[in-house]
Design a protein around this ligand. Structure first.
Ligand SMILES: [Zn+2]
Length: 454
């Protein structure tokens, strides 16, 4: 089916344009014309931007957002947070995960994300046994993405060990752990789970250098040679210290010495880098998968985004723990982290150019690469995934182009959205997801039950 969509103003790869006419067939843009008169077809007011890919999430963690803000003793860190996470997920059934994921995915769409790379590591039942279908949890994620209408790249995670040096996994990790044979079955089941989704992609993900053996890295990457490979790396200083102690190398150094990084790879966090590691990632073409809100929440540290970006490094953003979900807020936090460190302003922008525009375009390009899908641009050959900003919103009114985009990111509490379109289908209208009420009601029921049992 071919359809015509008219956009009042849109950010195209070559810049902002007015009166843009998109021809869309089977969810894909086949032609883009500018300065056209509105005619037959659906019209969209406001400023249209390519939808932001969310390159990293653990959907179930939406259900524990806010539960770990009390201080542990004697001090709180990523590692105490991880204990809260392990206890929360002890209670989750596949139906709970689907309800929580659907809520997270609706919020992603209402927050400007039109595609997701889900880093999926919660596989087994409460006792750590595989479900009859080992990919049962992957089915729950796929079903939630289908319900919400979110573009999906599913990354089933290989998790084998508890720490560096192939230490045995601990009780809290029993729902994650697979050996290689089980992982092959999981991958097969995951491929089946996403088959009915439009344009979904399957990739692979060794969880971290802590959780796999070094020779697993090349093995996992070889299983789907044309698809994305994501890994958590160098998020925490103790992780860097443990890596140095046990292997004699820093995490990213170890990774780069073990396997050739390329454009298929997405390094999640990559917070703690030497200059050589930072420039090595940039040269490799791999994406730095930044999660600025979660990294702030967990006290991880500050990624050297300015110098990485200047070295031509590819980057994108992910909502990771889903403690807060908004594409604009992730970019704002990324920029602000650099300002606080360097005590300067507008650090991602080219000279005399817009910070918001530089960030939006960089994160769309890096996010699309990390998702392994033709998304992130309003251009022929790409999925018709876009959002429109409410240009009557107080933060934007009277502005257009880059000024409007800067204001949406830096002067509104959350992205002021009108519509969100994924694969040509409108899933958010006037800022509300079409299934918001039913998804929220089911989520509320699940949360009340889970928290009452806590
Ligand atoms: Zn993560």
């Amino acid at each position: 089916m071919t359809e015509i969509l008219h956009l009042a103003e849109a950010l195209l790869p070559e810049g902002f344009a007015r009166n843009v006419k998109l021809t869309v067939a089977e969810g894909v843009i086949t032609a883009v014309e500018t300065d056209t008169a509105p005619g037959a077809g659906r019209s969209f007011k406001g400023l249209a931007l390519p939808g932001m890919p969310n390159l990293h999430s653990h959907a179930f963690q939406r259900g524990m957002a806010g539960l770990s803000e009390g201080r542990g003793a004697p001090e709180d860190s990523f590692w105490t947070w991880r204990e809260v996470m392990y206890r929360f997920l002890d209670r989750l059934d596949p139906e709970d995960v689907q309800a929580i994921a659907a809520q997270a995915f609706v919020e992603m769409l209402e927050g400007g994300f039109t595609a997701l790379a889900e880093f999926h590591y919660l596989h087994h039942d409460k006792d750590g046994r595989a479900y009859a279908n080992i990919a049962r949890m992957a089915e729950a994620i796929a079903a939630a993405a289908e319900e919400a209408g979110l573009g999906l790249t599913l990354l089933p995670v290989l998790y084998r060990f508890g720490n560096f040096g192939q230490a045995p996994s601990v009780h809290g990790q029993r729902r994650f752990v697979n050996d290689r044979d089980a992982y092959l079955r999981l991958l097969e089941g995951s491929a089946a789970a996403i088959r009915s989704l439009p344009d979904a992609r399957l990739g692979v993900a060794p969880h971290s250098l802590r959780a796999v053996a070094l020779d697993d890295l090349g093995w996992v990457a070889s299983l789907r040679p044309d698809d994305p490979v994501h890994i958590h790396v160098a998020e925490q200083v103790p992780e860097v210290e443990a890596s140095l102690k046990i292997t004699g190398k820093r995490p990213v150094e170890l990774l780069m010495d073990t396997i050739p990084l390329d454009r298929r790879w997405c390094l999640i966090h990559a917070t703690h880098l030497s200059d050589a590691e930072r420039d090595g990632i940039a040269r490799s073409g791999a994406v730095a998968g930044l999660c600025p809100i979660t990294e702030s929440s967990l006290g991880d540290g500050i990624f050297d985004g300015v110098r990485f970006h200047a070295a031509g490094g590819a980057l994108g953003v992910g909502s990771d723990s889903n403690i807060q979900i908004d594409a604009g807020a992730e970019l704002r936090q990324l920029e602000y982290s650099q300002r606080l460190r360097d005590r300067r302003r507008a650090l991602f922008a080219e000279e005399k150019a817009s910070t918001g525009l530089a960030l939006w375009q960089a994160a769309c390009a890096g996010g699309a690469q990390a998702c392994g899908r033709a998304i992130g641009r309003i251009a022929p050959g790409c999925r018709a995934d876009f959002i429109t900003l409410e240009t009557e919103h107080p933060a934007i009114v009277g502005k257009s182009g880059a000024e409007a985009l800067d204001s949406a990111i830096f002067a509104a509490n959350a992205l002021p959205l009108r519509d969100v379109v994924v694969g040509g289908r409108r899933v958010v209208a006037e800022g509300r997801h079409v299934a918001r009420d039913s998804v929220r009601a089911r989520f509320a029921g699940v949360m009340r039950r889970l928290l009452a049992a806590a």
